[in-house]
Write a protein that binds this ligand. Structure first.
Ligand code: DP6
Length: 358
């Protein structure tokens, strides 16, 4: 092996938004959830992470930069992903440059990782989902791992639970799995990004500040203290998962919207049921909910679904382009620019595909 070479792979991965939420782990180390969840992956232009991974014999240690700043890789989550992909590395050959890396070489070689989010990190816009999915996907390409996306999702899951769902476009289910080692806790595609392409997703950025309680801490406290979570995980979510899959497959927007809004509201109710209670939404979030509920009721059939993750920002899923245009009009009317409740920006998106830019 010549000592001066570098091999690089760049990948781009969108974030995903859960319509049936993951909240609570039964195993913190392996990141195994207490219930199944379903999400929609956004298109790769908005809210995505771009990650370049590089390997060279001249690298003395594994290093990573996030949005241009070096971060520590000592955390268990990064180490889990690196270890699992390294264990699956295969021979790599670049004939043109005369470079050969054998399976065994990967144990000694170090990687450098540069990752960029094109949206605010840790503001409840699922930055870790896109981040870990992209990292695992890029490393797998670099190291020529042969695993399919579902198998890779079980590795991304060990970086951040929701990341496992970003390995696919369209609607995706994270199956909680049963076995203790977590090998069956992985993501599967429900339908691809072409299946329901009328939907338009609008994100109303209420605040891009970092959230006070991280998802990891929040869900730990919920598992420890909320009785409502037990009921949700055992009685409510299993039924909702079946209904949600059916609504998606049949493109039944009324049922889809009902389930999405109800599940978001129950997730925030579970946060309130935590001791001490966790508040992710604010007054503006509540006003957005009222506005959508009132509109849906006045029309008779739902036009828009709302869902909020661990932050105040609204993810609004419109039935079609006409509903999306009407929604934007309403948002601009009720939350006008230069007012106290101005919404910072709107991100329009639909579907997605995982793009391998390498
Ligand atoms: C509210 O995946 O960020 O967005 O597994 O601890 O990294 P960790 O948590 P994370 O939690 C996401 C929670 C959620 C709901 C969801 O995406 O299903």
């Amino acid at each position: 092996m010549a000592e001066s070479w570098v091999i690089m792979v760049t990948a781009q991965t969108p974030t995903n938004i859960a319509v049936i939420k993951y909240w609570g782990k039964r195993d913190e180390k392996l990141i195994l959830p207490v219930n199944d969840s379903i999400s929609v992956t956004l298109d790769p232009v908005h809210l995505c992470t771009t990650t370049t991974v590089a390997v060279s014999p001249s690298f003395a240690q594994d290093r990573m930069w996030l949005n241009g700043k070096e971060i520590s890789l000592s955390g268990g989550r990064y180490q889990n992903c690196l270890r699992e992909i390294r264990a699956r590395a295969c021979d790599v050959e670049d004939k043109e440059r005369g470079i050969k890396i054998s399976k065994k070489d990967w144990e000694k070689l170090h990687v450098h990782i540069a990752s960029y989010n094109n949206f605010p990190t840790a503001a409840g816009l699922a930055s870790s989902a896109a981040g870990f999915a992209c990292l695992v996907f890029a490393l797998a390409k670099l190291m020529n791992a042969k695993e399919d996306n579902s198998e890779l999702s079980a590795i991304a899951r060990q970086g951040s639970g929701s990341a496992c769902r970003s390995l696919f476009g369209g609607f995706v289910k994270w199956k909680m799995g049963k076995v203790e080692d977590g090998s069956d806790s992985l993501a599967v595609q429900v339908v691809d990004e072409k299946h329901w392409d009328d939907l338009v997703i609008i994100i109303a950025v209420v605040s891009s500040r970092q959230k006070e309680t991280s998802s990891t801490t929040g869900m730990r406290e919920t598992v420890e203290t909320s009785l409502l979570l037990q009921h949700r995980a055992k009685e409510i979510v299993p039924k909702r998962i079946v209904q949600m899959e059916e609504s998606i497959k049949n493109r039944n927007f009324a049922s889809f919207a009902h389930l999405t809004c109800a599940d978001s509201n129950q997730f925030h109710a579970v946060c309130m049921d935590t001791c001490p209670p966790i508040f992710y939404m604010n007054d503006t979030s509540h006003r957005i909910i009222s506005c959508v509920e009132k509109w849906n009721r006045s029309v008779g059939t739902p036009q828009v679904a709302y869902t909020f993750d661990a932050g105040p920002n609204a993810v609004l899923i419109a039935h079609n382009r006409k509903a999306a245009a009407q929604l934007l009009q309403k948002l601009l009317f009720y939350f006008p620019p230069n007012s106290d409740t101005e919404l910072n920006s709107y991100v329009l998106g639909d579907k997605s595909i995982l793009k391998d830019a390498g």
